[in-house]
Design a protein around this ligand. Structure first.
Ligand code: UD1
Length: 374
């Protein structure tokens, strides 16, 4: 039997750790053949190459080189450049992951061409339509033929939006497949501190890890100032390690807020590779973040996470994991921080099917789905 071509799309940093196990599992199947398209939404070496190399993702078969732009420009440009690739490759299925602009852009092109769409990490909802990713999630799920979910909570979310349960499969979390596969290879925090020439106050197990990049936190100078002020205060008690996203770095410079966090107790680093980040997360006393993925990774690692957002699309990290949602109020951030410093934070447990085998389950569903349609 001829192998069915599965066209997989990645675009931005959080997609890379999700596609890695999917590409590996597709590669191991004798019935399916992966073809990888990178839209180029993220393009810097630190935002892309480090991940492809460390995670053993094959070089993309096609790089659309889209780059940055407004939401409309970026999304439109991805669609424009993706269409001829889809026409040429004629895949049996098109698979997207996550919730970035590349996800919805390629899903929209494929569905209108009659190419079935597969969405990995479907059904997550924050309920906050002001978040660009929430719009991407809702729309991608509406036009997907097969939806793979990471937690059971996603099922009622999709049912509420009229999506037929037959299309939905609970398979676990591909991002945690990657975490489990790479954990032994993580780069110790001490190595990252050494490489950065960090002060001796930065010691494994005795620092907080901070990440910040959501537009709602970094684009509004008032909110950014409020957050950086409280974070600076917390750093007086626990040194903070802060890998800075390019978007955040630009905003901190534009708004002249650099002096607020210019302290020997805050270690600002460039965007880190996956294995460096894994070491930094695993050995942190606590993590402060507005990332979606890090909420899940800290739950899998059992490290306390304080989420600097008003909501989460990943509620299982709160109900079962180590995550606490605090928003941007300095009082709430302080209270959650004190809680972890004095009581060690929530113990948490690893959610159902976050066992390192989600990608294999996905491939087995794809094989049966295609076999049924032959
Ligand atoms: C995107 C995703 C977000 C994800 C985040 C992780 C959308 C809507 N957002 O947000 O869900 O959590 O990626 O990083 O898809 N830049 C660089 N180098 C790069 C890429 C970007 O310098 O390789 C800078 C550019 O100035 C760009 C800015 O970062 O304008 C923002 O990049 P963009 O892709 O628009 O969104 P992110 O904030 O990264």
């Amino acid at each position: 039997m001829q192998q069915a071509k599965i066209l997989c799309v990645v675009g931005a940093r959080p997609n890379f750790m999700k596609i890695a196990p999917v590409m590996a599992a597709l590669g191991a199947s004798s019935n399916l053949a992966p073809y990888l398209v990178h839209t180029g939404q993220h393009y810097d070496a630190a935002m892309k190459h480090a991940f492809f190399d460390q995670l053993g993702i094959p070089e993309p078969d096609e790089d659309l080189g889209v780059g940055s732009g407004s939401h409309a420009v970026q999304t439109a440009e991805i669609m424009r450049r993706f269409e001829p690739v889809l026409d040429r490759e004629q895949p049996a299925l098109m698979l997207v992951v996550g919730d970035v602009n590349s996800t919805i852009a390629c899903a929209l092109v494929a569905t209108k061409k009659g190419v079935p769409v597969v969405h990995v990490e479907a059904g997550l909802r924050s309920g906050d339509r002001a978040m660009p990713e929430e719009v991407n999630r809702v729309l991608t799920d509406q036009i997907s033929d097969l939806l793979f979910i990471t937690e059971r909570e996603a099922e009622p979310n999709l049912a509420r939006e009229g999506i037929d349960g037959e299309r939905v499969h609970f398979v676990g979390n591909v991002m945690i497949d990657t975490l489990r596969a790479q954990l032994e290879k993580k780069i110790p925090a001490a190595t990252s501190f050494n490489d950065a020439g960090a002060d001796v106050i930065f010691q494994p197990g005795a620092y907080g890890l901070l990440t910040l990049h959501r537009p709602s936190n970094v684009d509004d100078p008032e909110v950014l100032k409020r957050l950086l002020t409280i974070l600076r205060a917390l750093s007086e008690e626990l040194p903070l390690v802060f890998p800075v996203h390019p978007r955040t770095e630009a905003k901190i410079r534009e708004t002249g807020l650099l002096n607020l966090i210019d302290s020997p107790r805050i270690l600002m680093l460039p965007p880190q590779g996956y294995l460096q980040m894994l070491g930094l997360m695993a050995e942190a006393q606590l993590v402060l973040t507005d990332s979606g993925g890090i909420q899940e990774e800290t739950t899998a690692l059992g490290v306390p996470c304080i989420t600097l957002r008003e909501n989460t699309e990943r509620p299982i990290t709160v109900t079962q994991g180590t995550n606490t949602i605090v928003g941007t109020s300095p009082e709430k951030i302080r209270a959650a921080f004190d809680d972890v410093m004095t009581g060690g934070g929530k113990a948490g447990r690893v959610p159902e099917l976050w066992d390192g085998h989600a990608a294999e389950r996905i491939v087995s569903v794809l094989e049966s789905w295609l076999a049924e349609r032959q």
